[in-house]
Design a protein around this ligand. Structure first.
Ligand code: FAD
Ligand code: A2P
Length: 260
C-alpha cells in the first residue's frame, strides 16, 4: 500500500456520462451508521491527498463499501476518479459522520426519503439496512432526476430489495418507490416539491398529507432542493432533528454547489 488510508477498488459500473458507482475494500476497523458519509479521494499532483465528502451507499453490514458518484468534467477529483478501474487504490479516511441516520429521528410510522440526483446515495445504504424496515410501517423513496437514465442506479437498488436474503421479507409491502423526471418524459413527471404542494403524490400513493404525528423524513439533494423541501416539511409541522436532538426530519447536502 503506497497511499495513506488506501483501499482497493473491486468493481466499477458506469450509468451515464455523468454518473457511476464503484465498490472498494472496507477497512476492518471501520464502523458506520447507514446514511453517514466519509472523505475519499486520490493523491493530488502536489503530493497531497485530494479529498471530497462521499455518502457511503452500501449498508453498514456489507463487507465492502459502495459509492455513487457524479462525474464533473473539470472537477478536481471526479475528472480523475471517473477513470478508476478494479485493482486501483483510492484514499478513504475512516471517520464517518452525518445527519441522515435513524438516531436523529423520533419514532414514527412512515419514513419519507427525498432525493435528487446523487442524493440517492445515502438512501441506497439506508434502504438496505434492516433497521429501516424494523422501525417503520411504510417507507416512501422519492427520487427526482432530470432524465430517465439518471434513475437507473436507484431503481436497481430498489428492485434488488425484495429478493435480498437479509431484508427481503422485512421489506414486504412496506416500500413505495416514487421516481420522477423533470426534463425527459417518464410515467411521473415533475419536481417532488411541486407534487407535494399540489397533493398529487399523496393521491398517487393513497395516503393522507404529511403529519408530524406519523411522518418522518430524510432529505438529500442540492442546496436549493433541500431548502424547498425543508420549507414544505416545516409548513406541515415537522421539525428538523439532529443526532443530539432527534425530531421529525433531517437534511444533508448531496454536494456543495457554486457559491455555497
Ligand atoms: P468539486 O469542485 O467538488 O465540485 C464542482 C462542482 O460540481 C460543484 O460546485 C457543484 O456545482 C458540482 N457538483 C459536485 N458534486 C455534485 C453532485 N454530487 N451532483 C451534482 N453536482 C455536483 N458526490 C457524489 O457524487 N456522491 C456522493 O455520495 C456525495 N456525497 C456528498 C456528501 C456530502 C455531505 C457533501 C458535502 C458532498 C457530497 N458529494 C457527493 C459531492 C462531492 O463531495 C464532490 O463535490 C464531488 O465528488 C465532485 O468533486 P470534484 O472535486 O470533481 O468537483
Ligand atoms: P429541474 O429539472 O426542474 O431543475 P440538478 O441536476 O440541477 O441538481 O437537479 C436534479 C433534479 O432535481 C432535477 O430533476 C431538478 O428539476 C430537481 N430540482 C432542482 N432543484 C430543485 C428544487 N429547488 N426543488 C425541487 N426539485 C429540484
Amino acid at each position: 500500500m503506497t497511499l495513506p488510508d488506501a483501499q482497493t477498488v473491486t468493481s466499477v459500473k458506469h450509468y451515464t456520462d455523468r454518473l457511476f458507482a464503484f465498490r472498494v475494500t472496507r477497512p476492518q476497523s471501520l464502523r458506520f451508521r447507514s446514511g453517514e458519509f466519509v472523505m475519499i479521494g486520490l493523491m493530488g499532483d502536489n503530493g497531497k491527498p485530494l479529498l471530497r465528502a462521499y455518502s457511503i451507499a452500501s449498508p453498514s453490514w456489507d463487507e465492502e463499501l459502495e459509492f455513487y458518484s457524479i462525474k464533473v468534467p473539470d472537477g478536481p477529483l471526479t475528472s480523475r476518479l471517473q477513470h478508476i478501474q478494479p485493482g486501483d487504490q483510492i484514499i478513504l479516511r475512516p471517520k464517518p459522520v452525518g445527519t441522515l441516520v435513524h438516531d436523529a429521528l423520533l419514532p414514527g410510522k412512515r419514513l419519507w426519503l427525498f432525493a435528487t440526483g446523487t442524493g440517492f446515495a445515502p438512501f441506497a445504504s439506508l434502504l438496505r439496512d434492516p433497521d429501516t424496515w424494523d422501525k417503520y410501517d411504510q417507507v416512501i423513496m422519492t427520487h427526482t432526476c432530470r432524465e430517465v437514465a439518471e434513475l437507473t442506479y436507484g431503481r436497481e437498488i430498489v428492485e434488488s430489495l425484495k429478493g435480498d436474503e437479509l431484508i427481503g421479507e422485512m421489506v414486504g409491502d412496506k416500500l413505495v418507490y416514487y421516481p420522477t423526471t423533470t426534463r425527459e418524459q417518464s410515467p411521473k413527471m415533475g419536481r417532488i416539491t411541486t407534487l407535494i404542494e399540489s397533493g398529487e403524490v399523496f393521491r398517487d400513493i393513497g395516503i393522507p398529507p404529511l403529519d408530524p404525528a406519523v411522518d418522518r423524513a430524510m432529505v438529500c439533494g442540492s442546496l436549493a432542493f433541500n431548502l424547498d423541501i425543508k420549507a414544505l416539511l416545516e409548513k406541515a409541522g415537522l421539525r428538523e432533528g439532529a443526532n443530539s436532538d432527534p425530531a421529525e426530519f433531517v437534511v444533508e447536502k448531496a454536494f456543495v454547489g457554486d457559491g455555497v
